[in-house]
Write a protein that binds this ligand. Sequence first.
Ligand code: DAH
Length: 339
Amino acid sequence: MKDKLNQIKEEALRQIRESKTLEQLNEVRVSQLGKKGALTELLKGMKDVSPEDRPKIGQLVNETRSEIEKVLEDAKKKMEAIVLEARLSKETIDVTLPAKSMKVGNMHPNTRALEEVEKIFIGMGYEVVEGPEIEKDYYNFEALNIPADHPAKDEQDTFYISGDILLRTQTSSTQVHEMEKGKLPIRMIAPGRVFRADEVDATHSPSFHQIEGLVIDKHITFADLKGTLAVFAKELFGEDTKVKFRPHHFPFTEPSAEMDVSCFKCGGKGCRFCKGEGWIEILGCGMVHPHVLEMSNIDPNEYTGFAFGVGLERIALLKYEIDDLRLLYENDVRFLRQF
Ligand code: DAH
């Protein structure tokens, strides 16, 4: 009996040693200690043992069982630790590995152009303000001296939301919002998106951007307008840039003008860039119409001012020599990465 027990023990220990997985260990438990296991089988033979020997043998069987159980338990713990260790080392992150390089976006030519313009005017003491894109007819037209039946309104036939509410066609509407605040003097630029019922082509888009400028103070004259815009042109296009003012008409300024800059490519001699003209049209401007001041409760006898409006895309296209407006809206990174 004793030998038999030893044999079972040795066999169990051997199987435990040879087990490589938790499943195999479990099989050992079943085959050695389970209901049909070798030890249980042996216990069945107890009936053949003499009554006086039974307690001793019984004790021996129990000792063997707990010995095997202990070894089995230790092996299981060790095995679990190994499995955990393997999982952890598989899941660890090696922080010393080189990082994947991140793709950084590019500044859009519009944004770059706008930042340049803002820098120039902030340097001259201007404030940058914004107005709403959804506008009342009053701010977009009426208060800018464009009454209901004015032909200039036809030119900017636009997107109406309801009879009186529309998507603004020009950032000039921000002039009115600023004047209505009642704080004088005013030195502001107002960049923003505008909307017009234009067909898309290389120079037109139904949605584009303008930068409005407005100065109102005592004793502001056309000389201030010319001086300011000449400095702006030089800072934007280069020290040698000359400016030229041509008479024009805008309902909200009187007198009004369009400003051309000497071609910064050929210096004014005429080239492909300026279509042989030597000059490039850049913005509209003028002295704020007295009636416009009056409508916003500013006394034209005390205050005068000048205003200007420049197309942001126009500046971006010129400065970065882009020949199709549509490229600015496609957001193709291969294009954007060039700037
Ligand atoms: N709002 C005009 C346009 O969209 C541009 C403009 C011209 C703005 C003259 C002005 C200005 O402030 O004085 O065509």
